[in-house]
Design a protein around this ligand. Structure first.
Ligand code: CMP
Length: 136
């Protein structure tokens, strides 16, 4: 079964800083994930803490929120067939060292923190994450 879904993608500060946003967008488009909305923003640590609150019990939570708020990011709504899973496959494993060949994190990730992209992990979280950045 396949269905048209939307998912949230974030190009993180390490990738924006290295001018990789257009290359990463090109990978999504080439793989039939349409970018239906996109904006470059710089969020506060409080906003990052709210966004990543599902990780609040993890030891890396504070560093993660400091990092996401450390520079501009690009947030996008991707739309396409099975977009949540398709995006996660294109991103590769969380740790770039373990990511599959030709995935975004393998190509561009620096470390588990500076792993270049975030993508929603379920349809339910995609809805919440899209609302977080795009609901007026
Ligand atoms: P992301 O997909 O944005 O979701 C949470 C982020 O936490 C993850 O990517 C990593 O960049 C970061 N992170 C840092 N340390 C870890 C860890 N040990 N396990 C999982 N994620 C981690």
């Amino acid at each position: 079964m396949s269905s048209i879904e939307q998912t949230l993608s974030i190009i993180k500060p390490d990738a924006v800083e290295r001018n990789l946003a257009e290359d990463i967008k090109g990978i999504f488009i080439k793989n039939n994930l349409n970018i239906v909305n996109s904006k470059k923003i710089h969020i506060t640590k409080d906003e990052a803490s709210e966004f990543y609150k599902v990780h609040q019990s993890k030891p890396f939570y504070s560093d993660l929120c400091t990092y996401l708020s450390s520079g501009p990011i690009v947030v996008m709504i991707l739309e396409g067939k099975n977009a949540v899973l398709a995006n996660r496959k294109l991103m590769g494993s969380t740790n770039p060292k373990e990511a599959e060949e030709n995935t975004i994190r393998k190509l561009y990730g620096i470390s588990i923190d500076k792993n270049s992209v975030h993508g929603s992990d379920s349809i339910e979280n995609a809805k919440k994450e899209i609302d977080f950045f795009f609901k007026n």
